[in-house]
Ligand binder design. Structure first.
Ligand code: GLU
Length: 605
């Protein structure tokens, strides 16, 4: 995820673009860059790693802010290539006449790069994006829109792009596939943007581009084509949001926005890893495949939410790959390390990649000769420096303090790693892996379906907003989700909550239950369903109210639970993804009802 903004019209582009980037910085802050067609007819490009202020300070200090139009600008959330100046966007072609910005991932970039290189193109960055600049150059013979169209027909993956060229002083070209891009229509000027707030100051009239749309934007308006070159008609939407609402995508809090981003984040986490036939390959692990084949033990390390994701990962590594695997709390592992040697795999999980309590045991494991795989959302973060391989979440920045989309994508990436280990150790056949891969491809739609529970959850949450304690239970894969659900409630609403393995209830905690203490049960279809239902029945006998998360079509559970939140049916291994979402919404709604600071809970950073 990143922020794109483009301007074509009579005004100087730079101030408009830099202000637009400021409004998009929540989408990425690895680097920022700008390209403007100067009065001399040249493309001026300036880009800087780090926050937008690094770029603006540099431009201001040197009196270097470019004068001219059109222009394009970008704020990056790196997926391919470190967050440095060279990898920052815009990227240019070999002639320097074309500049391009991109949000997304080009899945077939290495093949394209190889081909373009052998045709003589010179690459300067490590990004997937740069291939687009050279590919368009190679298809260009004076018609920029046609060159972009021909290039995009060869590309696989996700993109929103903005392109400009010295031969076209009155045009910027945009295109979209699987990531958002909008066109703004002003009075004698046109805009491109990833998101409404970037350009809302200048126009309220916007065209929301659809997948496969190619937009030829000029001061006179916009012409939209599909990838076959046929003209398409799109409505102009009049945006009524205020700027503040627009930054949160119309949601009241970033937390809620990120909860709703999950279908997309899941899709991005699968991108380039699960093919249409369901086969699974994590390119990042290819180079260490031999090491992974030789390991005989696995530890999955994390703190807080990431630790619960680690529980799911360790469980599935054991089930699928048949390797002894345990999850570890980062701050505990450092002082009481388990046995680690050259045949140990340590998988370290941290959204930011900067969690000190995870960094320390990871370093220790690396020093003891373990193979280290890092699962993080932030390219180039501290944790990646100790890694033999890094698998990125590809989830885009998480602004809210309480983790939502990072948790779900951590679970998913760990599941992919578990599948890869199972394949390498000959424990799952390619056919079995493909069946799971295909089920994973259904998850974005199932997550979207699950989020439709929101109105029901809101009502339930209002009813329980005054309680003092909540108990969560689940078994096997439901257990870490019960703990994550309880953690979310604690963090967001400050209500005391505990997550327990359902079978443990009768060994102590059941003493806490009474009519004022609700129980949330993860009771989706699976091997332990009947057991969880018996646990729920025990609780009902103590008159504690029950909220169950169950699989669509389950009629039995309604006999024991006051409220049933039905989630779509998935294979059991993937159930954590769909069972997490209602718990996030529940925690969010309880927090809103209690009036806590949802996006920045007290005492947390
Ligand atoms: N994949 C591109 C990169 O890593 C674009 C990332 C983004 O969307 O910001 O540069």
């Amino acid at each position: 995820m990143c922020g794109i903004v483009g301007y074509v019209g009579p005004r100087d582009a730079a101030p408009i673009l830099l202000e637009g980037l400021r409004r998009l910085e929540y989408r990425g802050y690895d680097s920022a860059g700008i390209a403007v067609l100067t009065e001399k007819g040249e493309v001026f490009i300036e880009k800087r790693a780090g926050k937008l202020s690094n770029l603006t300070d540099h431009l201001n200090l040197n009196g270097n802010t470019p004068v001219g139009h059109p222009g394009i600008a970008h704020t990056r959330w790196a997926t391919h290539g470190r967050p440095n100046d060279t990898n920052a966007h815009p990227h240019a072609d070999c002639t320097g006449n074309l500049a391009l910005i991109h949000n997304g991932i080009i899945e077939n970039y290495s093949e394209l790069k190889e081909q373009l290189r052998s045709d003589g193109h010179k690459f300067v960055s490590e990004t997937d994006t740069e291939v687009l600049a050279h590919l368009i150059e190679s298809r260009y013979d004076g018609d920029l829109v046609e060159a972009v169209r021909l290039a995009l027909r060869e590309v696989r993956g996700a993109y929103a792009i903005g392109v400009m060229h010295t031969d076209h002083p009155n045009r910027i070209v945009g295109a979209r596939m699987n990531v958002p891009l909008i066109v703004g229509l002003g009075d004698g000027e046109g805009f491109l943007a990833s998101d409404v707030p970037a350009i809302l100051e200048h126009t309220k009239n916007m065209v929301i581009l659809q997948e496969g749309d190619l937009a030829d934007v000029s001061p006179e308006g916009v012409r939209i084509l599909d990838l076959d070159g046929a003209k398409v008609q799109r409505e102009v939407t009049r945006i009524k949001w205020t700027l503040d609402a627009a930054e949160k995508g119309g949601f009241r809090h970033f937390t809620l926005k990120e909860i709703y981003e999950q279908p997309h984040a899941i899709q991005e986490a699968l991108r380039g890893r699960v093919a249409t036939d369901g086969s699974v390959a994590i390119p990042e692990l290819t180079a260490i495949a031999d090491k992974l084949k030789a390991i005989d033990r696995v530890y999955v390390v994390g703190c807080g939410t990431a630790r619960y994701a680690s529980d799911v990962g360790a469980y599935l590594i054991q089930q699928w790959a048949g390797l002894p695997a345990a999850s570890q709390i980062g701050s505990e592992m450092r002082y009481g390390p388990p046995p680690i040697d050259e045949r140990t795999l340590v998988i370290s999980v941290s959204q930011s990649g900067e969690t000190a309590d995870t960094l320390a045991p990871t370093r220790m494991a690396a020093e003891r000769g373990a193979t280290v795989v890092v699962v993080t959302n932030v390219v180039g973060s501290a944790l990646t420096r100790d890694a033999d391989a890094v698998c990125y979440l590809q989830a885009g920045p998480e602004i809210a303090v309480a983790s939502t989309k990072a948790f779900v994508t951590q679970v998913l990436v760990l599941e992919l790693i578990a599948l890869q280990l199972a394949a390498l150790h000959g424990k799952l056949t390619p056919h079995q892996v493909r069946a799971i891969g295909l089920a994973m491809r259904d998850l974005p739609a199932q997550a979207a379906e699950t989020l439709k529970l929101a109105p029901q959850i809101k009502k339930v949450a209002r009813r329980y907003a005054g309680v003092r304690d909540v108990m969560y239970i689940g078994r096997t894969l439901g257990y870490p989700i019960a703990m994550e659900g309880a953690l979310k409630l604690k963090e967001l609403s400050y209500v005391h909550a505990e997550g327990y393995a359902a079978g443990e209830l009768k060994h102590g905690p059941i003493a806490l239950l009474d009519p004022q203490t609700p129980l949330v049960a993860i009771a989706t279809a699976g091997a332990t369903y009947d057991k969880v239902v018996s646990n729920v029945a025990e609780v009902r006998a103590r008159e504690a109210p029950v909220i169950a998360v169950a699989t669509e079509g389950d009629e039995e559970i309604g006999r024991y639970a006051q409220d049933v939140l039905y989630v779509p049916e998935t294979i059991e291994a993937l159930s954590p993804i769909v069972t997490t979402l209602p718990l996030q919404l529940f925690a969010y709604e309880v927090a809103v009802a209690r009036g806590t600071d949802v996006d920045q809970p007290r005492n947390l950073a």
